[in-house]
Design a protein around this ligand. Structure first.
Ligand code: HEM
Length: 143
């Protein structure tokens, strides 16, 4: 069994959290992410799903990603337990919405000049919850 993948060390312990620049880096990333969502025409539909004031969304995404990246589990500390797909199940999210969300993240990562291998790793990892969110959303709205 290959427990340590030397080509992608970002998955080990808090390596992703360190690589993003800990909490200050994460705050910057999430700011660029929501700024992209407010600006990009292809993100107009998903922007409209959010409340007018994106401040709580910014704070909650920072808190969630902190733990998700192996850093402090801020979301649970501040807001309690979250099941990410269930938290989105009331919204109808299709493939284009998923890709628009991931697209905003890619723009943000590129704007902040992270190394290409880190961007690739993070995008692959984020695809998982994004796709799971889409699946659970679609199932909830079919039911
Ligand atoms: C797949 C595409 C996605 C769409 C369209 C989407 C959209 C949304 C919307 C509309 C909200 C509610 C915001 C509000 O109340 O104003 C939300 C909340 C949230 N989203 Fe997403 N999201 C997506 C993917 C993700 C992913 C991949 C993550 C994490 C890796 C994430 C993390 C969160 C968090 C932590 C919240 C706050 C939940 C809460 O405390 O209620 N989202 N999202």
């Amino acid at each position: 069994m290959n427990l340590i993948n030397l080509e992608t060390p970002y998955g080990l312990r808090d390596a992703t959290y360190q690589a993003v620049g800990k909490e200050p880096g994460l705050i910057k990333l999430v700011d660029h992410f929501y700024d992209a969502m407010e600006r990009l025409p292809q993100a107009e539909k998903i922007r409209a799903m959010h409340r007018q004031d994106l401040t709580p969304s910014r704070q909650k995404l920072v808190a969630f990603l902190s733990g998700w990246m192996g850093g402090p589990v801020l979301y649970a500390e501040r807001y309690g337990h979250i099941n990410i797909p269930q938290a989105h199940a009331h919204i109808l999210i299709d493939e284009a919405d998923r890709d628009a969300w991931l697209g905003c993240m890619l723009v943000a990562l590129k704007e902040l000049d992270y190394p290409a291998d880190f961007i690739e790793y993070l995008m692959q990892q984020l695809f998982r919850p994004a796709e799971r969110i889409r699946q659970v959303s679609q199932a909830a709205h079919l039911a």
